[in-house]
Design a protein around this ligand. Structure first.
Ligand code: NAD
Length: 492
């Protein structure tokens, strides 16, 4: 086990993301020995907290991981808190002094990881000061980790990127997309590139359509204020859905490393057709949830949620069809959908294969129904694994076809020990491995794809389709596939 040396400076150290994800992930890395003695964490935010109070917060954050008393004490000794307003230049000198002192005390060797767990409008001011106040070191690595949303359209993302690039090189910037830290997302490459049986069929000769669903059962909860300004297109499609599509659609990289994979993902994203505004309504539909009921639960309508405008036109659901204009994928629709308050939480990919060229079986109800429905399903969350649904003969005297499902799920035990997404990404970052982070070119191209859709919708004054909370979206989302002769597949 390689022990990493690093000083983590967490801006927004009192926030929700830091407490829910970062501190537990750091603890997991500590427990496994990835960080052990030569590390320290500075939490900064506006609140006036003492080190002792901060350490109590850390203890609470890692409680679910059931640390022993000794582990807990040893871990929290590495945590320091410094109150700091990121817009105040003078206050950065305090951070610098503390950082330099901890670097010496823990023999860290100048390695610094700056994690901006704050709203993006602060990214520019923070990075500028990291340079001007010389918090960036000359003797170790300096890496910047940032969270979504990365801009709200192409232009704002470009400006944000320019600000950051004045200080950090592209290979020092780690843009988190936590989906890319998930076990089964990383497994897409294993399934494709380690199985000739699969990769040789991975093209428009054999694949009929591809479906990516990112379903949430929750509503907006307490994030109504943020979500109402964003909506599903920017919150889920621009980043997570397009990242998944690029992994599915890319050409095999020459070798499995971050540079090569990025290149292929970027080419795949560039091959996705950018619609004209006039075309948007043939390819994309949106929806907003109305009040609904699922089993014994009743749910309020989106516009009655906390901090949501009563006349809000924000979409809580998006379904769309992407066309990829290259030799491999021409003619194969990639359907994507994501929404809140759907029937269940689940991220799944379905690769639907074409039917055999000739149906030699006598047509009857059973053969007609299933023909052509060989499906490879990749389960990303909450269960993780994959299944292959194929046609086989039904047991019995007559000759009928029936779908047979070969099903594999990782066991709960195996998953228990596998790293959590943020833990994996933090470790990648310590290793300087950017495979599972988003390159600027990917961000830029994703915005180009999404901006047209947003602009068309913003001009459209027609009522937004609604769907009852607890269903799988508005009728229009089903019609989108029906008009192509397809159906959404949603098998457990
Ligand atoms: P939060 O509101 O809980 O925390 C924000 C933090 O920033 C707090 O620590 C606050 O004190 C600090 N802060 C605000 N203004 C400051 C200033 N002027 N000077 C110094 N500190 C200041 O937010 P969060 O949920 O932790 O999210 C942080 C970022 O991560 C956001 O960009 C969010 O979009 C993104 N994100 C969050 C989640 C999540 O699960 N919470 C998931 C994905 C992305």
């Amino acid at each position: 086990m390689q022990e990493h040396r690093a000083l983590f400076v967490i801006f927004g150290g009192t926030g929700d993301l830091a407490k829910r994800k970062l501190y537990p992930s750091l603890f997991r890395l500590f427990r496994k020995g990835n960080i052990a003695t030569h590390f320290a964490v500075i939490g900064t935010a506006r609140r006036e907290w003492s080190n002792d109070y901060f350490r109590e917060i850390i203890k609470t954050a890692i409680e679910p991981l059931e640390p022993t008393k000794e582990e807990e004490e040893a871990f929290v000794q590495h945590f320091y808190y410094q109150s700091h307003n990121v817009t105040n230049t003078e206050e950065y000198t305090v951070i610098k002094t503390l950082a330099d002192r901890l670097d010496e005390q823990y023999e860290i060797g100048g390695n610094r990881l700056f994690y901006l767990a704050m709203a993006p409008n602060f990214f520019g001011v923070i990075t500028r000061h990291l340079k001007s106040e010389e918090i960036i070191t000359n003797n170790g690595f300096n890496r910047l980790v940032i969270e979504k949303p990365f801009g709200s359209d192409y232009e704002s993302a470009r400006l944000l990127n320019e600000e950051i690039r004045e200080v950090f090189e592209e290979d020092q910037i780690f843009r988190i997309d936590h989906y890319l830290g998930k076990e089964m997302i990383q497994n897409i490459s294993a399934i494709r590139f380690a199985n000739n049986m699969i990769e040789s069929l991975w093209n428009n000769r054999y694949i009929d359509n591809v479906q990516v669903t990112l379903a949430e059962s929750l509503g907006v909860e307490e994030r109504g204020g943020y979500y109402d300004k964003s909506g599903a297109l920017k919150d889920m499609i621009q980043n997570h859905a397009l990242q998944i599509v690029s992994l599915l659609a890319m050409e095999p990289p020459r070798i499995f490393d971050d540079e090569e994979i990025r290149q292929e993902k970027i080419i795949a994203l560039r091959s996705i057709r950018i619609l004209s505004e006039a075309e948007v309504d043939q390819f994309f539909v949106r929806g907003q949830y109305s009040a609904g009921k699922l089993k014994d639960d009743t749910f309020a309508a989106y516009h009655d949620e906390l901090n949501v405008a009563p006349d809000s036109r924000t979409e809580t659901f998006v379904a769309g069809k992407l066309l990829i204009d290259n030799f491999r994928w021409a003619g194969v629709p990639f359907y994507i959908r994501s929404g809140k308050r759907l029937t269940e939480k689940g991220t799944r990919i379905n690769i639907v294969f074409k039917p055999v060229p000739v149906n030699i079986f006598r047509e009857n109800e059973a053969t007609r129904k299933i023909k052509g429905k060989d499906v490879l399903t990749i389960y990303i969350q909450p269960t993780e694994g994959f299944s292959l649904t194929m046609n086989g003969k039904e047991i019995g005297p007559s000759f009928s076809l029936a779908p047979i499902k070969l099903d594999y799920r990782h066991s709960a035990d195996a998953l228990e020990n596998s790293p959590e997404a943020y833990e994996r990404l933090l470790l990648d970052c310590l290793n300087g491995d950017a495979t599972n982070f988003t390159h600027w070119d990917e961000v830029a191209q994703s915005w180009r794809i999404v901006d047209v859709i947003r602009q068309a919708w913003d001009k459209d004054t027609a009522a937004i389709p609604s769907y009852a909370a607890g269903t799988m979206g508005p009728d229009e989302a089903f019609q989108l596939l029906e008009k192509d002769g397809h159906d959404w597949i949603w098998q457990p």
